[in-house]
Design a binder for this molecule. Structure first.
Ligand code: NAD
Length: 246
């Protein structure tokens, strides 16, 4: 599979799942727009791509701020002149039980995870509609499908991303732009690294494959969804969760 000649943008690509996705897309020949909340963090992944012989542009953005996202797309288009693939991966958690959850924690998570995906998708849709080609992949979560105590804000944002994906898929289908979601289960990243041994054990009991996933497991699903073989797949939610939720 070759993505030579294509340009891909991955939000939140400084580490974890986003970094794995960016590296895998670049390894297939795509030029990468690597974004993170700090330029230094974005540069880290961009340098890795360049050292491996790829092409990458590091840009700083807070996806929850519409004006920043507009600026991001302007810079990316000025540099590469096109955008074929958008992966909405940036995400945060601010966990707490519903009765104690602060309004600010609800808003922060919805703003980054859901509004951030909206902001980037709207900008990408302008470019992709005109080009009559595009692949949008939203990184949702298994808990957006099944719910999770202590994560009402996060689960709502991730379920919202699925609704966003399906609506965008319907709106842009005639323009040959697909929109799909992947729903990772529990993946070994900074987001899950701090779990206590007890919490980790309880988690593993819920996973038929009895292991956490890796960033590369998610990247492989994204690669498929942006490949030519997936050109008739849109509005799909692809679970990558070791059997945790079926
Ligand atoms: P991570 O915390 O390691 O990385 C998150 C990335 O998002 C970082 O690069 C960070 O800079 C970026 N980010 C945070 N706020 C941002 C903002 N306002 N604007 C732009 N970028 C921002 O997380 P991860 O585990 O790699 O998760 C990546 C995605 O996968 C997230 O959307 C997360 O919800 C989802 N996910 C993760 C898991 C898991 O088990 N790790 C499971 C399901 C879904």
């Amino acid at each position: 599979m070759s993505l030579k000649g294509q340009v891909a943008m991955v939000t939140g690509a400084s580490r974890g799942i986003g970094r794995a996705i960016a590296l895998q897309l670049a390894a297939r020949g795509a030029a990468l727009v690597v974004t993170a909340t700090t330029l230094e963090a974005a540069r880290h992944t961009a340098e890795e791509i360049e050292q491996a012989g790829g092409k990458a542009l590091a840009l700083k953005v807070d996806v929850s701020v519409g004006a920043e996202v507009e600026g991001l797309f302007k810079e990316a288009l000025a540099a590469f002149g096109r955008l074929d693939i958008l992966v909405n991966n940036a995400g945060i958690t601010k966990d707490g039980l519903l009765l104690r959850m602060k309004e600010a924690d609800w808003d922060a998570v919805m703003d980054v995870n859901l509004k951030g995906a909206f902001n980037c998708t709207r900008e990408a849709a302008k470019v992709m509609s005109k080009a009559r080609y595009g692949r949008i992949v939203n990184v949702s979560s298994v808990v957006g499908e099944m719910g999770n105590p202590g994560q009402a804000n996060y689960c709502a944002s991730k379920a919202g991303m699925i609704g966003l994906t399906k609506s965008v898929a319907k709106e842009l289908a005639r323009r040959n732009v697909t929109a799909n979601a992947v729903t990772p289960g529990f993946i070994e990243t900074d987001m899950t690294r701090d779990l206590s041994d007890k919490a980790r054990e309880a988690l593993l009991e819920q996973i038929p494959m009895a292991r956490l996933g890796s960033g590369d497991d998610i990247a492989a699903a994204v690669l498929f969804l942006v490949s030519a073989g997936a050109s008739y797949i849109t509005g799909h939610v692809l679970s990558v969760n070791g059997g945790m939720y079926m």
